[in-house]
Design a protein around this ligand. Structure first.
Ligand SMILES: [Zn+2]
Length: 76
């Protein structure tokens, strides 16, 4: 049962992934195979980004006002 390994050793293996058909996700930069070239979860993140920015800005403003009020009440 000696099977001869006579495959040519110089033959390079086929690349597992040659030119992949997918695009790169513009959000996370990884390859995406979805139709729009963006991961669904990344699309959600991207769609949510402006709202998140507004919320963060509101939060910052609120914290600033609260800090000012705290300072004012501490003075009296
Ligand atoms: Zn992504």
């Amino acid at each position: 049962m000696s099977k001869k390994l006579d495959a040519p050793m110089c033959k390079k293996p086929e690349p597992l992934y040659r030119e992949a058909p997918g695009k790169f996700c513009p959000v996370c930069g990884k390859r995406s195979y979805s139709l729009r070239g963006i991961h669904p979860q990344c699309a959600v993140q991207q769609a949510d980004a402006p709202r998140q920015a507004v919320l963060a800005e509101e939060k910052r403003e609120k914290a600033r006002v609260q800090a000012a009020e705290r300072l004012a009440s501490a003075d009296s």
